[in-house]
Ligand binder design. Structure first.
Ligand SMILES: Nc1nc2c(ncn2[C@@H]2O[C@H](COP(=O)(O)OP(=O)(O)OP(=O)(O)O)[C@@H](O)[C@H]2O)c(=O)[nH]1
Ligand SMILES: [Mg+2]
Length: 299
């Protein structure tokens, strides 16, 4: 780790409903595609910690899975990891999809983030999809949900276009306590290569699969072999039923080939290496409810 001259630093839990744009926002601020993103809810399954350093200040973002009612052991573990993460952070950045009227889901997240007892900064996201007059309505609706609970700041932003993100970053930095650099100049994200590879492959499967299938897939890296000029990764895309294997493979192998191409391009770019990627598809019945398997797969 190369030294960074930092006087203020802190950990920020990035919380909110699935699809609010938490990971998109973290990627935008840290300037790297560290967290996978998709239009499908529950994209983030494992917590990603990523750092942003500016003017002697370092913000460590803790990008969380979206908060929602658990449906199986996996989603229940995800929700537990969200609650546990609040113990290790200095404040919460609550990201809200401002293109939708806030409802019962947002009320539950409000209880969660304010229940943490931590200072809360609110980012009203996706303002690129929302007319200025509607943004004002959203803020009023949100204030009704928040009631007399206090938040530190509320900043309208677009994680996609970057609108308002500078203002948000200024607010985050303003609230940082004194502290050292937790991340060096060169390490933006705290994940091992094999975890990142598994994530980028899953991101590519999310881009190519429809409906229920994305939730039924998981990715493991079975072997990473340094072959000198290239890194060879042998990976498995897990599904829950035999009938799903053919869907992931696609006609004459077209789908898995496209998944492989997208994943390899992303991995080579982000990890700065040449990759030889081997993908296979296997069935593991009910893996989403198998605690031991989830633990081993890092979920
Ligand atoms: N138009 C628009 N789309 C956005 C914005 N931010 C995020 N998105 C899109 O919203 C979708 C969800 O984004 P993610 O960053 O994966 O959302 P998330 O909150 O991390 O979702 P989970 O990991 O499932 O909890 C993606 O299709 C993003 O491209 C924004 O500011 N404007
Ligand atoms: Mg996410």
């Amino acid at each position: 780790m190369s030294a960074v001259d930092v006087t203020n630093s802190g950990f920020v839990a990035v919380a909110g409903r699935p699809n609010a744009g938490k990971s998109t926002l973290v990627n935008h601020i840290v300037g790297h595609h560290v967290a996978i993103v998709s239009p499908i809810a529950q994209t983030t399954r494992r917590i990603v910690r990523a750092s942003f350093t500016v003017d002697h200040a370092q913000v460590v973002f803790v990008d969380l899975p979206g908060s929602q009612k658990p449906m199986d052991r996996m989603t229940s573990r995800m929700q537990k990891s969200v609650e546990a993460s609040f113990k290790d952070v200095d404040f919460v950045l609550w990201v809200i999809d401002g293109s939708e009227k806030p409802g019962a889901g947002e009320e539950k997240v409000a209880d969660l983030v304010f229940g943490s007892g931590l200072p809360v900064i609110v980012a009203l996201n996706k303002v690129d999809l929302t007319k200025p007059t509607v943004i004002m309505e959203r803020i009023i609706e949100l204030q009704a949900i928040i009631g007399d609970r206090e938040y530190a700041e509320l900043v309208p932003i677009s994680a996609r276009t970057g609108d308002g993100v500078d203002v948000l970053v200024q607010q985050l930095v303003k609230h940082l306590p004194e502290g050292p650099a937790w991340f060096g100049d060169d390490d933006v994200v705290d994940m091992r290569d094999e975890e990142r590879i598994a994530e980028y492959i899953r991101e590519a499967t999310l881009a190519h699969l429809r409906e229920e299938l994305p939730h039924a897939t998981a990715v493991t890296v079975d072997d990473l072999i340094d072959e000198g000029k290239v890194l060879r990764a042998e990976c498995t895309i897990w599904v829950e039923r035999e009938s799903q294997v053919g869907i992931v493979v696609g006609k004459a192998g077209a789908t898995i080939r496209d998944v492989g191409i997208q994943a390899r391009e992303r991995i080579e770019l982000e990890l700065g290496l040449d990759l030889h990627l081997e993908l296979r598809v296997k069935v593991r019945k009910h893996w989403r409810d198998d605690e031991q398997w989830l633990g081993r797969a890092g979920l």
